[in-house]
Design a protein around this ligand. Structure first.
Ligand code: GLY
Length: 344
């Protein structure tokens, strides 16, 4: 290279190098690793994810471990101990997404304890993104997952019997956050069954997003979905862009609440796009909530949806339609439950 060319090249690359440096500088200020998850039941989920993050593990492994932890809880409404549909069958939805936009999901899967791990296998071992129902179960069994007994937990059995008396779907806003005393207490523990004495119940969704020590983002969601739903109903949780979205350049978001409303606005994709426009995680979540509420203000009064997001700096925030949405955060700096702001 002659001198003239070298000087020209230097002039061209200098701004690039300095831009790269300033990005690196701001990146170095970020909080990482960090994991955030929906609801107060996210505390033990975060603790499980933290074991991996604090040992320099990947965000992908951390979110899977967190989701598996809550799927193990027999008295939690996320896994097989959760609410049945109106035919008395527990069907589970889950998805997972990594920093390269690889993603996998299962919907309406029955008798499999860890749908999040099946979702990961869909992501890693197939050319597809979503498997549903019998096909998802077949895939799980072929990949070594055990077919669990077709039984409801004791509390789910009772709640279903009560519900059958009226067969009336009655959503209960924020049931996840109701005082435990208002629920049927089958066993003590952090995951009290989320059924009321009158048999009404709604749903829990565990959504979590993590950033690992390298700055990569991943997320996972797992749920039994809406209680007493029509058999075959799929909510937002296994839908990439609705219940979960990860864009490793910008941030990631997850949601909890009435899945149909989240699907209608591609909720978590929208939150990430608002962050791309420069909004903070909290403001981005608020703008997505506004999108739901502005569509039908009267209907919104009867619903709950909460969004939870993290940006690439490890800043996080949430927003909900109604009072009562909470979320859990774990990093080197904190280990606590936060209360979300709300719109109405
Ligand atoms: N957000 C969970 C569901 O609607 O199924």
């Amino acid at each position: 290279m002659n001198r003239r060319k070298f000087i020209q090249l230097g002039a061209l690359t200098a701004p690039l190098l300095s831009a790269r440096k300033s990005f690196a500088d701001s990146f170095d200020q970020s909080t990482k690793p960090i994991v955030i998850s929906t609801w107060d039941s996210g505390m033990p989920v975060n603790a499980e994810a933290w074991k991996i993050l604090s040992a320099n593990g990947t965000a992908l492994d951390a979110v899977e471990a967190g989701a598996r932890h809550i799927e193990n809880e027999i008295n939690c409404c996320v896994g097989l101990g959760g609410y049945p549909d109106r035919d008395g069958i527990v069907t589970l939805d889950s998805c997972i997404m990594d920093h390269q936009a690889n993603c996998g999901a299962v919907a309406g899967i029955e008798r499999i304890k860890h749908p999040v791990s099946v979702a990961r296998k869909v992501m890693e071992n197939t050319p597809h993104v979503i498997l549903v129902g019998a096909g998802a179960q077949q895939f799980a069994v072929e990949n070594g997952f055990v077919l669990e007994p077709e039984a409801l937990s004791e509390s789910a059995k009772k709640a279903y019997a009560d519900w059958l008396k009226k067969s009336e779907y009655k959503p209960v806003i924020n049931i996840e956050n109701m005082p435990v005393d208002n629920r049927i207490k089958k066993q003590n523990g952090p995951f009290a069954p989320h059924f009321f004495e009158d048999g009404t119940a709604n749903h829990d969704t565990m959504g979590l997003v993590a950033m690992d020590v390298t700055g990569n983002l991943s997320g996972a969601v797992t749920t039994s979905g809406m209680a007493f739903k029509l058999h075959g109903r799929v909510g937002d949780s296994p839908i990439i862009g609705a219940g979960l979205f990860v864009d490793n350049e910008i941030g990631a978001a997850t949601s909890s609440g009435t899945g149909e409303e989240v699907i209608r606005i591609c909720g978590t994709h929208l939150v990430v796009e608002f962050m791309r426009q420069g909004y903070s995680p909290e403001k981005a979540c608020r703008k997505a909530v506004e999108r739901i509420v502005n569509r039908d203000k009267e209907k919104a009064k009867t619903l709950q949806v909460g969004f939870l997001a993290m940006n690439k700096k490890g800043e996080y925030g949430a927003y909900a339609i109604q009072k009562g949405f909470v979320y859990s955060v774990k990093s080197d700096n904190e280990n606590m439950i936060h209360t979300s702001k709300y719109l109405i």
